[in-house]
Design a protein around this ligand. Structure first.
Ligand code: FPP
Length: 254
């Protein structure tokens, strides 16, 4: 194992995934292609988002069998407000109905749900549902599902920096203590390990402001499959590819 990877393992108390043939512990997914999937079928874009939500259900359920302990999904970005009012309203209604319909099943499947993103920017009723789902699954010890809602990586770093600056101004944090270890404690993802693998569906090869800080050493997989076609078999295939990656974390081959 490369020295830097070893050092990282010691720092985090965990063996980084992908070393010694292990699968990814934390997978993050940019679920793209719902709109195109619907358009190809002559249906409105929201039809694709509903199909996408059914796929979310399937992929979350597949995680324990596939050895994925942490799954983070990009559901709505800080930039997605630029879509038509009809689509934004439809997506918000879909998130609310997903939480309402899935809450019990998530708890019963031992899934711990967390949300990241700028919550105050969301509808109050949705915020309440999000808080309730987090509370209801707080004791769950299986899959850690994180849903990024009204999330943007730059926005997250800006919000974290603001809170960090408040702590410095109030004398709770010395400026010389601000380093690579301190800053992530202020991020929305402070309790999560960094993603090992970031998948984007639909053939687009960009990261669109997703987990900018956290994915510094993530492996990326851009696949052509549109999100509503992303079955558990496709997921398993992507995870298998990850096993053959040579992760060096900036070091050299050990
Ligand atoms: C991007 O594809 C997708 C989104 C902005 C929404 C993602 C939402 C879901 C998968 C629905 C359900 C999620 C949860 C958590 C219940 P796009 O529609 O922009 O695709 P396009 O590029 O083909 O237009």
């Amino acid at each position: 194992m490369a020295d830097e990877a070893k050092a990282l393992a010691e720092q985090t108390g965990n063996l980084p995934a992908g070393i010694g043939g292990a699968g990814p512990r934390h997978v993050a997914i940019i679920m793209d292609g719902n709109g195109r999937w619907a358009t190809m079928r002559g249906r409105p874009r929201l039809f694709g988002h509903h199909a996408g939500a059914r796929r979310v259900r399937e992929i979350v359920r597949a995680c324990p069998d596939l050895g994925v302990g942490y799954l983070t999904i990009f559901a709505f970005s800080t930039e997605n407000w630029k879509r038509t009012q009809l689509e934004v309203a439809g997506l918000m209604a879909l998130f609310r109905s997903y939480i309402r319909k899935e809450a019990r099943a998530l708890r019963d499947h031992n899934v711990r749900v967390r949300f990241i993103g700028d919550r105050p920017g969301l509808d109050k009723k949705l915020q309440v549902q999000m808080d309730e789902l987090e509370e209801m699954t707080a004791h769950c010890t299986g899959t850690n599902l994180t849903i990024a809602l009204n999330y943007g990586g730059r926005d997250e770093v800006a919000r974290a920096t603001r809170r960090l600056a408040e702590d410095v101004a109030a004398g709770r944090l010395a400026p010389e203590c601000v380093d690579e270890e301190t800053l992530p404690k202020y991020l929305d993802t402070c309790v999560l390990p960094d993603p090992d693998l970031v998948i984007r569906t639909s053939g687009e090869a960009r990261i669109s402001n997703f987990l900018l800080w956290q994915s510094a050493y993530a492996e990326y997989e851009f696949i052509d499959t549109l999100w509503p076609d992303f079955t558990r078999e496709v997921f398993a295939g992507v995870l298998e590819n990850f096993g053959s990656r040579d992760r060096r974390f900036g070091g050299v081959k050990g």
